[in-house]
Design a protein around this ligand. Structure first.
Ligand SMILES: Nc1ncnc2c1ncn2[C@@H]1O[C@H](COP(=O)(O)OP(=O)(O)O)[C@@H](O)[C@H]1O
Ligand SMILES: [Mg+2]
Length: 485
């Protein structure tokens, strides 16, 4: 696998090397030009000095042999070759060729530098010398005035002064300069390569950590977080991922909890259904096994079976209510209605039930005629019915159950109070859970499903209000909720 580090490092190395190569090409051509022109300048200066010397010697009347000897002494060297040529191109003197061999030399008139000197007073040329057989840089100058010398009885007329230097000498200097630069460039390249590797590793290390964390998360460790947070975009990404994981983890645990609640609910439902069904089954079997013909018990058993079907009926309607509320299927129809008449209705409806248990049912309403509140009348009636039903169920005979309400500017507060058995503090927070009962047997015996208060809580939540409960064991309980006016 190609790592991001190696890719980044490779890219920067490639870039550096190509920049260095381009720079190198540029530098070599520039240095070559520079040193060649420097040499040309030197040759220009020297030939002009030679011209001056020759001119002086001519005026002194020095003969050609002596004059050239003098020039050779001063200017000629291993690297400098001096050639004097007349107007016809005949070589009169050459520092590298003995005087008696001069006549074997070619005519120089058509040498490039001489031709240029004829046109522009000076000329240069680079080529392999026909006389000394290696690459030379030539510089020729045409003297400003004719330089006439006596020479063994005849006379010579020097017109072109030419000086040349071996190109190997020139290139040696160029190469030395280029080598120095090459060393520098190579050093820079090495530094850049090493640096880019480290920089690339530094840049990618948070990503490497992220990949590691992601792999662990993928293997199921959902609580794993990215710990190396750089202060750049990668760091931001890491923080965002961590936040995402937090949300995800929360969602997952929420889902797990829901799943648990759901399966608990299902277990509870099956259990609640089974009890009355088993009871009915038992009674019907007993009847079939002969009890049906026993006038002492047959009515009793059939009645008990019927009571269990009623129980089933209540349970199912509560279950339907709760599932419709929780799935959001139950639509509330809000309108203004008189809370007083609704409470009075519940009161008269449940009065026979209370009387049967010898429980006093009282109303404690304010003097005002009617009080309109905003809500779903039928659902709120269900709430009060549930509360009064509980108050009756969980009270001993001769207890008092009071339905009351008070009115303020914005709301009406409804209370259902009893002087019944009360609820211990540790149960108070749980009685609104589905199927939660303080005393299971008592609740069942009284026909409770354990769903009443859960339904109450849901309905009030849909009215954007909540229910409060105060209770003391042995003294009684008060359930209170407020309704918007
Ligand atoms: N007024 C009350 N006095 C004492 N206990 C109560 C009262 N109201 C409710 N409870 C307790 O809260 C539990 C839950 O009530 P509820 O949801 O109506 O279920 P259910 O009445 O069917 O048992 C009851 O089983 C009972 O233990
Ligand atoms: Mg109840």
């Amino acid at each position: 696998m190609k790592t991001l580090t190696s890719k980044l490092a490779f890219a920067s190395v490639l870039l550096t090397v190509s920049v260095a190569a381009i720079l190198w090409l540029l530098v070599t051509s520039v240095t070559q030009k520079y040193f060649h022109s420097r040499f040309e300048e030197t040759l220009n200066k020297e030939t002009s000095q030679i011209e001056l010397v020759l001119c002086r010697e001519m005026k002194r009347g020095t003969n050609f042999t002596d004059a050239t000897k003098y020039v050779a002494q001063v200017f000629a060297s291993q690297s400098r070759r001096i050639t004097l040529v007349n107007a016809a191109g005949v070589v009169l003197y050459d520092s590298e060729v003995p005087a008696d061999s001069l006549r074997f030399l070619e005519n120089h008139l058509y040498r490039q530098e001489i031709q240029d000197a004829i046109v522009r007073a000076a000329g240069t040329s680079e080529r392999v010398s026909a006389s000394v057989h290696h690459a030379m840089l030539y510089y020729a100058r045409k003297s400003a005035e004719p330089l006439y010398f006596r020479n063994n009885g005849t006379g010579v007329n020097v017109v072109f002064i030419r000086e040349s230097v071996s190109l190997s000498v020139v290139n040696h200097v160029v190469n030395a300069a280029q080598f120095a630069m090459l060393t520098i460039v190579l050093c820079v390249v090495v530094i850049v390569v090493v640096a880019s590797f480290f920089i690339a590793r530094r840049l990618t290390s948070p990503l490497v950590h992220m990949v590691k964390a992601a792999e662990e998360i993928q293997q199921g460790n959902i609580s794993r977080r990215i710990t190396h947070i750089s202060n750049d975009e990668i760091g931001k990404l890491a923080l965002t991922l961590n936040d995402m994981l937090d949300t995800l983890q929360a969602d997952i645990s929420q889902l797990k909890k829901l799943e648990r609640v759901r399966s608990e609910f299902l277990a509870n439902v099956s259990h609640e259904l089974r009890t009355p069904i088993f009871a009915m089954q038992g009674m019907l079997e007993t009847l079939l096994n002969g009890a049906v013909d026993d006038p002492n018990v047959n009515r009793e058993f059939v009645q008990r079976a019927l009571r269990n079907t009623e129980r089933l009926n209540v349970l199912l309607s509560d279950l339907i209510d709760i599932s419709r509320i929780e799935s959001g299927e139950m639509k509330m129809s809000f309108r203004y209605f008189d809370v007083r008449s609704m409470l009075a209705n519940v009161l008269s409806e449940l009065r026979p039930v209370a009387e049967q248990k010898h429980i006093q049912l009282r109303a404690d309403f304010p003097a005002t005629e009617s009080t309109d509140v905003y809500g779903d009348r039928d659902r709120l009636r269900q709430v009060v019915e549930n509360l009064v039903d509980n108050a009756i169920k969980y009270s001993e005979p001769d207890a008092v159950v009071t339905i009351s309400y008070t009115v303020s500017d914005r709301e009406a507060t409804v209370s259902v109070a009893d002087t019944g058995i009360g609820i211990a503090p540790e149960h108070l927070s749980r009685i609104f859970e589905r199927f939660y009962r303080v005393d299971k047997d008592r609740s069942r015996e009284a026909g409770g499903t354990g769903l009443g208060l859960a339904i109450v809580k849901h309905i009030l939540e849909a009215h954007h209000t909540s229910i409060q409960v105060k209770s003391e064991i042995g003294k009684g309980s008060v359930f209170t909720f407020a309704l918007q006016k």
